[in-house]
Design a protein around this ligand. Structure first.
Ligand SMILES: [Zn+2]
Length: 234
């Protein structure tokens, strides 16, 4: 039951996002075919594309050789929508080399949006958000089939673990949880004293181990301790 308010919040947030993107896609001028981010990138790249040197390799297959701004030569295939720089292949919208090649296309310049994946088209963007997300009505208004109502959902069987029950959750990735000073200092103090006593114990143990097998000496702290112990005996 505690999950229901959480689901309500999630649904409300998704409904808000859908409405926001629906309005954004509706405000795009009709002539603009690409989503704003890609449209802006294309405009910026077109300026650089005019500066590049393009050689036509195959006018039927729309293959070109383009010298980039970095002086390297790139192979562009407009039919396959690929470029040897791989930006076109991965981003699914033309790199600067592909735009430069498209400018000298003898078959007529292909509209830039045709070279982009449909997922960057405004048309598809609007289609993704056109449906309304409705909030779930109150539980009293739910229509639950009788066969579902008869079911009694029990929690899954599990084996109770031994030891103290963990009450705090593990921090997530990138989450820094500050410790209280009192608890932290207490833990540190206890840890230090325990650690030092352990170290002494382990040192003596590893000392024995090294005298028996010699493997302990390869480990840093224990090994040196055992070495000193052994050297004292010598
Ligand atoms: Zn390229």
């Amino acid at each position: 039951m505690a999950l229901l308010p959480m689901f309500d919040v999630i649904i409300a947030k998704v409904a808000e996002w859908f409405n926001k993107h629906r309005k954004s896609s509706g405000e795009i001028p009709h002539a603009q075919k690409l989503v704003p981010r890609v449209d802006k990138i294309m405009h910026e790249r077109c300026k650089d594309a005019l500066l590049l040197t393009v050689s036509e390799l195959n006018s039927y297959h729309l293959e070109y050789s383009v010298v980039g701004l970095d002086g390297n030569t790139y192979l562009v295939d407009l039919m396959r929508k690929t470029c040897s720089c791989k930006c076109f292949d991965i981003d699914k919208y033309p790199c600067v080399h592909a735009l430069a090649a498209n400018l000298i296309n003898v078959k007529g310049e292909i509209d830039v949006h045709e070279l982009c994946s449909k997922y960057y088209w405004v048309e598809l963007w609007a289609l993704a958000y056109y449906q309304t997300i409705y909030p779930v009505p109150h539980q009293n208004h739910w229509i639950v089939p009788p066969e579902i109502q008869e079911k009694n959902a029990l929690p899954p069987l599990y084996e109770k673990k031994k030891g103290r029950v963990q009450e705090t959750r593990f921090p997530s990735v990138g989450e820094h949880r500050g410790r209280s000073r009192r608890r932290g200092s207490h833990t540190r103090g206890r840890g230090r004293s325990r650690g030092s006593s352990q170290t002494e114990g382990e040192t003596s143990q590893s000392g024995r181990g090294s005298s028996q097998s010699g493997r302990g000496s390869t480990q840093s702290g224990r090994g040196m301790g055992s070495w000193f112990q052994c050297s004292n005996y010598v």
